[in-house]
Ligand binder design. Structure first.
Ligand code: CO
Ligand code: CO
Length: 323
């Protein structure tokens, strides 16, 4: 995507604070000295069977890019693809109800949308948020010495693949659905209150891919401790049984080249770190003197945040993974 965009001659505009040049989560446009628009769009095919849950997850995922930038989402537009001749309209209604409930929970007004006929249901939101440019959090501010936090456990890609392969138990379905539908709002509120150097959300490129992007944008390297990275229970077993999405494999192929893994980390440990996430947690780079405040704030907000490593000096974008 970045490669295609780089072939376009996009005119520069001083009010575009974050545009297509950095692989950031959302675009940011300055309206006035202390107010900027944050805009993002995300939609995809269903990763869970229940249409209401699909709606909730897709909405939480789309809102996440606004939260990752320390901004407050205010309005959203529905984006829908639906096979109206093949599926009952009740399904479409359930998807939209899921999205609406998530938006309402986020304090976001859905103000419109657009539907097209499609062979397979697709759903998501185009979200508009607001932020004070002085409080904007991008993916480019990580500095050596920063502590790295992750606010949701990994494994949603492997888990949803296990569900499709009928390997998962109902309790697994429940757990991963709740995780994917959880808003990153409380984590973002703590992050902006504490003050952090950089953040992004973990989605399709997995932990390693999104960490790599943050490090490249910041001109730094990192060391993470594999055992400190939270992972959904059950994921190891499913990964060993081969329930690994193609995207996670290609993430490891691609981003694995930027990583130096401890020899004792087998293929399964590595693939989980690269697992493509749907509506994953925030990945936050916080100066060391604020790490305790961030940890305490997350705990008080009920967010399962884990400190997984630190930013270090080194070749830009390199990740050392310790066992
Ligand atoms: Co993102
Ligand atoms: Co995105």
């Amino acid at each position: 995507m970045a490669e295609i965009l780089s072939q376009l001659d996009i005119p520069s505009d001083p009010n575009v604070l974050v545009g297509t040049h950095t692989a950031d989560d959302a675009g940011v446009y300055r309206l006035s000295e202390n107010l900027a628009l944050v805009q993002t769009v995300d939609f995809f095919t269903a990763m869970v069977d229940d249409p209401y849950d699909f709606g909730r997850v897709a909405a939480a995922n789309a809102l996440s890019d606004v939260y990752a930038m320390g901004a407050r989402p205010v309005t959203a537009l529905n984006i829908i693809g639906f096979p109206e001749k093949k599926l009952p309209m009740d399904i479409l209604l359930a998807i939209l109800r899921g999205g609406l409930d998530k938006a309402t929970e986020a304090g976001v007004s859905i103000v419109g949308g657009h539907t097209i006929k499609d062979d397979e249901p697709k759903y998501g939101l185009a979200v508009t948020g607001l932020v004070d440019p002085a409080r904007l959090v991008t993916n480019s501010g990580a500095r050596p010495g920063d502590r790295v936090f992750l606010t949701k456990p990994l494994g949603s890609g492997i888990m949803t693949t296990a569900i499709k392969q009928d390997l998962a138990r109902p309790s697994d379905v429940e757990e991963v659905t709740a995780l994917m539908a959880a808003l990153n709002r409380p984590a973002a509120e703590v992050m902006t209150r504490v003050g952090v150097h950089a953040a992004t959300d973990v989605t399709g490129f997995g932990l390693l891919g999104h960490l790599h992007e943050m490090l490249e944008a910041s001109g730094a390297a990192a060391r993470i401790r594999a055992p400190a990275v939270p992972v959904l229970a059950g994921v190891w077993d499913f990964a060993r049984k081969g329930a690994v999405p193609g995207g996670s494999k290609s993430n490891l192929d691609y981003f694995g080249g930027c990583c130096e893994f401890d020899d004792s980390l087998d293929e399964i440990r590595r693939i989980v770190l690269a697992d493509a996430q749907t509506s994953g947690g925030l990945l936050i780079s916080v100066p060391p003197e604020r790490a305790d405040a961030l940890r305490a704030g997350m705990e008080a907000a009920g967010v399962r945040a884990a400190e997984i490593g630190e930013v270090v000096e080194g070749t830009c974008g390199r990740i050392r993974v310790d066992a």
